[in-house]
Design a protein around this ligand. Structure first.
Ligand code: MLT
Length: 249
């Protein structure tokens, strides 16, 4: 299936893979990074891509993204993934490491769900079936931004989250619950990696970033102050500076 992809700018290709329950729109501030061809897909059931209406795995999401690169004749790209997007990056590294020029791992982690987290995912799936997306948005929105974020920014992020379809959320919850542990992958990664995380991220805290940076051979971690889970959105200037310096370094 085709994904809706924002394809903008000229330069080294970077594919930005959004988190859950978000959409490519979460990377709008990154369009300001110069010298980059920005590819920003909406995964199935998120933003402007229709849902797949079937169960999906992280490998499926990675294949959808790789197919969009194929469609554009792009052999290699930097893969930048936020949270669930990071899980997709790890899946892509297992499936097609030769297609990955670099990693920007944003507010994500390499570990699989604990038994308890997995149970929570299946309970959330039932809740989405009964009540739609509202309860997920209400519970996750306060974790996306720190409390001093402007009301306008909070509204923007709510709107992005609300662009997720229930079918898209259900498929992604199932894929996250069944994703493998990527811990064994990290020491073997021959991929230059930048890890960026918000200092106040309650979902994937800085300890996750530091652990990944210690395990990946060629990795650097940057922790952004005054940012929670959506660090690229809340601190776009600091984020873009770190990404630009790393991309051009
Ligand atoms: C995300 O932002 O993609 C999610 O918080 C990831 C997760 O729930 O594991």
């Amino acid at each position: 299936m085709n994904l809706h992809v924002t394809d903008s700018g000229a330069g080294v290709p970077v594919v930005w893979i959004h988190g859950f329950p978000l959409a490519s729109e979460m990377f709008r501030p990154q369009l300001a990074i110069q010298g980059v061809r920005h590819l920003m897909p909406d995964l199935p059931g998120f933003g402007r891509t229709r849902a797949a209406e079937r169960e999906l795995s992280m490998d499926d999401y990675a294949r959808f993204v790789l197919a969009e690169l194929d469609r554009r004749g792009i052999e290699r790209a930097t893969f930048a993934g936020m949270s669930m997007g990071g899980y997709v990056c790890f899946a892509a590294a297992r499936l097609a490491p030769e297609r990955i020029a670099g990693f920007i791992l944003i507010d994500t982690r390499e570990t699989a769900d604990t038994e308890e987290a997995r149970k929570g995912r299946y309970e959330t799936i039932e809740k989405v079936r009964r009540e739609g997306l509202g309860p997920i948005v209400d519970s996750m929105l306060p974790k996306m931004l720190t409390r001093n974020a402007s009301p306008e920014m909070v509204d923007e992020v709510r709107e992005i989250m609300e662009s997720t379809s229930p079918a898209g959320a259900i498929a992604a919850l199932g894929a996250m619950a069944t994703r493998p542990d990527s811990t064994p992958l990290l020491p073997s990664l021959d991929i230059r990696t930048l890890i960026i995380t918000g200092a106040d991220d309650p979902i994937t805290p800085p300890a996750d970033a530091k652990r990944m940076a210690a395990a990946i051979p060629n990795a650097k971690a940057v922790i952004l102050d005054d940012a929670a889970h959506l660090s690229n959105y809340q601190q776009p200037e600091a984020f873009n500076r770190a990404a630009f310096l790393w991309l051009t370094g």
